[in-house]
Design a protein around this ligand. Structure first.
Ligand code: NCD
Length: 358
């Protein structure tokens, strides 16, 4: 069954097609108003969400379909100890497509291996968030008219910011992308993205410590919230929380057509005064998310008609994942699996969370 767990589950052609469909939905909404009539989407949200869950729900309703689901684990049998595998098998009996957000990295992947309907990852821990990336890509495309030949700066929590991880991976498949990483050392981009995505694809990147230094060359500035819920201690968060705050004075040297994105919610990293600036696109980005999710739901429901199960990657089972945030740490009887991601260096990474085998 075709699922979307990471952004690379979609080819560049498919992403470009989703963007075209989203633009057609924007231009002709009535054409799509009963495409999903009689279909049900289930939202399985084990972590808080406003935009992602409600935009999926709005997307399904606007396609003429229905929605069931839960928005916190305490209202599901997960609170009784039910596994992700069992939950997804059960929900497959009630819905035609599942959307899962989970605090454990790799949980939606486990769901996709057990469900008999398509599964969409709506954010797994600090790992991936492919449908936010679809929203980001449509926004960049609508602002810049292209997805190649741009300089993009990512600012804030690049360690746990799953939206950043997915967007960097997506853009690695377009040409002429220059990346600027703006983060405190403690919140630097994980190695699996730096080495296996930026370096492996020979993408030029630099790490800088000041927003002012980075801003003048950027076409896109991608601000992020510090992911407080994933920090080991509150003290650590308190020390870092004011590291980067975008205020109107910092935009003086920015390009006139730069666009400012943020997956939202924001805490304090973009001053409210910036909202007035015509370069602020984050509210449009949230709306674009609904259109891209409509396009994706239609695509996966169409693909589900052929019913084929996706083949599993070749993997090793003699290695152990030591990431406590990985789904292998909690899911009962889940076999640890590792895939070879770098032949030259002999690097194996966990199939669920991308942690490197020691
Ligand atoms: C993001 C997320 O959940 O990762 N929010 C979203 O889905 N729009 C970003 C965040 O929570 O900071």
């Amino acid at each position: 069954m075709r699922s979307v767990i990471g952004i690379n589950d979609l080819s560049v052609q498919e992403i470009d097609d989703l963007i075209s469909t989203a633009k057609d939905i924007i231009a002709n909404p009535a054409k799509y108003s009963d495409v999903c009539k009689g279909k049900k989407l289930a939202t399985l949200f084990f972590e808080p969400s406003t935009r992602t869950r409600l935009s999926f729900e709005a997307a399904m309703y606007e396609l003429g379909g229905n929605v069931i689901g839960f928005s916190e684990p305490n209202s599901s049998s997960a609170s009784k100890g039910e596994s992700v595998a069992d939950t997804s098998k059960i929900l497959s009996c009630y819905a035609d497509i599942l959307v899962m957000r989970h605090y454990k990295e790799g949980a939606p992947y486990v769901a996709s291996r057990n469900a008999t309907v398509p599964v969409i990852n709506a954010g797994d821990g600090g790992h991936n968030h492919p449908t936010q990336t679809l929203a980001d890509l449509l926004t960049i495309n609508r602002c810049k008219g292209k997805l190649s030949d741009i300089t993009i700066g990512y600012c804030g929590d690049l360690k746990y910011g799953r939206t950043v991880h997915s967007l960097i991976s997506a853009l690695s498949r377009y040409t002429g992308i220059k990346t600027v990483l703006i983060a405190p050392d403690k919140l630097a981009l994980p190695g699996y993205i730096r080495k296996d995505v930026l370096e492996k694809n020979c993408m030029p990147y630099k790490q800088v410590s000041s927003l002012e230094e980075a801003i003048p060359e950027l076409d896109v500035l991608y601000m992020t919230r510090l992911q407080r819920e994933r920090f080991a201690t509150d003290d650590e968060y308190e020390c870092l929380k004011n590291s980067f705050i975008l205020t109107p004075d910092k935009l003086v040297d920015a390009k006139k057509d730069m666009c400012i994105l943020h997956p939202l919610p924001r805490v304090n990293e973009i001053s409210v005064a910036v909202d007035e600036d015509q370069r602020a696109k984050y509210f449009e980005q949230a709306l674009n998310g609904k259109y891209m999710r409509m396009a994706l739901i239609m695509k996966l429901l169409e693909a589900a008609k052929d019913g084929n199960k996706e083949a599993e990657l070749e993997h090793r089972t003699d290695l152990v994942c030591d990431n406590p945030r990985c789904i292998t740490a909690t899911e009962q009887e889940l076999q640890h699996k590792f895939v070879l991601t770098d032949e030259e260096r002999g690097t194996y990474r966990c199939i669920y969370c991308d942690t490197k085998a020691r």
